[in-house]
Design a protein around this ligand. Structure first.
Ligand SMILES: Nc1ncnc2c1ncn2[C@@H]1O[C@H](COP(=O)(O)OP(=O)(O)OP(=O)(O)O)[C@@H](O)[C@H]1O
Ligand SMILES: O=C(O)C1=C[C@@H](O)[C@@H](O)[C@H](O)C1
Ligand SMILES: [Mg+2]
Length: 188
C-alpha cells in the first residue's frame, strides 16, 4: 500500500456507502475528480448492461437485481483495488454478505444524513422502485434497518446534512487523509 498526500491509497478502492439520495453518486464523482482517480457508480454500470433499475425490479424482481448488483459490485471493487478508484454503491448493496466481505479490503466512507436531508430529493423520486408509494416512510424504514450495517462497515463517517457537493467532497478528502495518517501511525 502506498499512501499518498491526497489521502487516497494506490491499490485500495474508496467505497461510498449510505442510504438512497444521500449523495453517493454526485459526491463520489466529485471526489474522484479531486483525487484524479477513476470513478465507478455501480447502479450506472447495472443500467448500462441490464436496463433501468425500475425495469429490472418490475420484470425480474428484487432478488434478481441483488444478484446482478452483487456481481457488479464485486467486479468494480476488484478493479478499483488496483486502480484506487472511487466506487459509489447502490443504497442496498451493503446487505450482501459477499459484498460486506469485499468492503473489508476497501476504504469505506459512510455518508451520514437524516430524513430531513433527503426529503426534498426523494419527493421528486424517479426510478427508485423501493420508494414507490409513501417515499419518505419507505426511506425511513429502509434506513432504520440498514443504518447499523453502514455504521459497522464504515472506516470514515462524513456528515452530509449540510454543505454543497463540492464542500462535502473536500470533507471526504480530508477524512481520507486523516484516516491514512492514522493507519500509518498504527502500522509503525
Ligand atoms: N450536498 C448536496 N446538496 C445538494 N444536492 C445534493 C447534495 N447531495 C446530493 N444532492 C442531490 O441529491 C440527489 C441524489 O443524489 P445522488 O444520486 O448522488 O444520491 P445517491 O446516494 O447516489 O442515491 P441512490 O442510492 O439512489 O443511488 C441528486 O439530485 C443530487 O444532485
Ligand atoms: O437502497 C436500495 O435498495 C437501492 C438504492 C439504489 O441506489 C438502487 O441500487 C436501487 O434503487 C435500490
Ligand atoms: Mg447513486
Amino acid at each position: 500500500m502506498i499512501p499518498n498526500t491526497s489521502g487516497a491509497s494506490a491499490g485500495r478502492a474508496i467505497a461510498l456507502v449510505g442510504p438512497m439520495a444521500v449523495g453517493k453518486s454526485v459526491i463520489g464523482h466529485q471526489l474522484s475528480q479531486q483525487l484524479g482517480v477513476p470513478f465507478v457508480d455501480t447502479d450506472a454500470v447495472i443500467v448500462e448492461h441490464h436496463g433501468t433499475i425500475a425495469d429490472i425490479f418490475a420484470g425480474r424482481g428484487e432478488h434478481a437485481f441483488r444478484e446482478i448488483e452483487a456481481r457488479t459490485v464485486a467486479r468494480a471493487i476488484e478493479a478499483a483495488n488496483i486502480s484506487g478508484a472511487v466506487v459509489s454503491l447502490g443504497g442496498g448493496a451493503v446487505l450482501d454478505s459477499g459484498t460486506q466481505q469485499l468492503l473489508g479490503d476497501c476504504t469505506v466512507v459512510y455518508l451520514e444524513c437524516d430524513a430531513g436531508t433527503v426529503a426534498e430529493r426523494i419527493a421528486r423520486n424517479t426510478g427508485r422502485p423501493l420508494l414507490a408509494g409513501d417515499a419518505m416512510a419507505r426511506w425511513e424504514t429502509l434506513f432504520a434497518a440498514r443504518r447499523p450495517v453502514y455504521e459497522r462497515l464504515a472506516d470514515i463517517v462524513i456528515d452530509v446534512r449540510t454543505g454543497t457537493v463540492a464542500e462535502i467532497a473536500l470533507d471526504v478528502e480530508e477524512g481520507l487523509r486523516e484516516y491514512a495518517a492514522l493507519k500509518e501511525e498504527v502500522q509503525k
